[in-house]
Design a protein around this ligand. Structure first.
Ligand SMILES: [Zn+2]
Length: 149
């Protein structure tokens, strides 16, 4: 017996490479396809959760390599950039500045599943902060990914 092709589901953001996984690192659901979407620092998540992490990944790209000292801008812009960095730190992501003032995204300071669940809770505010920072400063050096949709 031939079975009909199932109705097409909306495709998750394909920026995240597919990797082998049996469980979503975010919500813990089983991944029956044996594959997940590899979100930076978080790990493999299911297709539904992958949709939620677009801004998270954008923020990491936006921060990495940004020079906090020479970025210019007014007070509003400074606050916007600060909010993005603090937002990531509050989630449990190490952000360091080197001697030249260049920001670097480091490791997680909490379990990935904890970071993911906090992120889901604060996502609206997080996305608002990122959008404000991108509006003030433009996308990150060497990428246009962080342009808010
Ligand atoms: Zn999930």
């Amino acid at each position: 017996m031939q079975h009909k092709p199932s109705a097409r589901k909306p495709k998750p953001d394909s920026r995240f490479p597919k990797i082998q996984a049996t469980q979503c690192a975010c919500c813990g659901i089983a991944l029956p396809t044996g594959a997940g979407y590899d979100v930076p620092l978080i790990g493999a998540v299911g297709p539904k959760c992958a949709l939620k992490f677009a801004s998270f990944a954008d923020a990491l790209v936006w921060v990495e390599g940004r020079n906090a000292r020479v970025q210019g801008g007014d007070r509003v812009a400074h606050v916007a950039a600060h909010n993005v960095v603090v937002g990531l730190r509050n989630l449990g992501i190490e952000i360091t500045a080197d001697a030249a003032g260049v920001l670097h995204v480091g490791r997680l300071t909490r379990k990935a599943s904890d970071v993911a669940s906090t992120y889901k809770r604060v996502r609206a505010r997080f996305e608002g902060n990122l959008q404000a920072a991108v509006t003030a400063y433009g996308p990150s050096i060497g990428t246009t990914r962080a342009v808010a949709a």
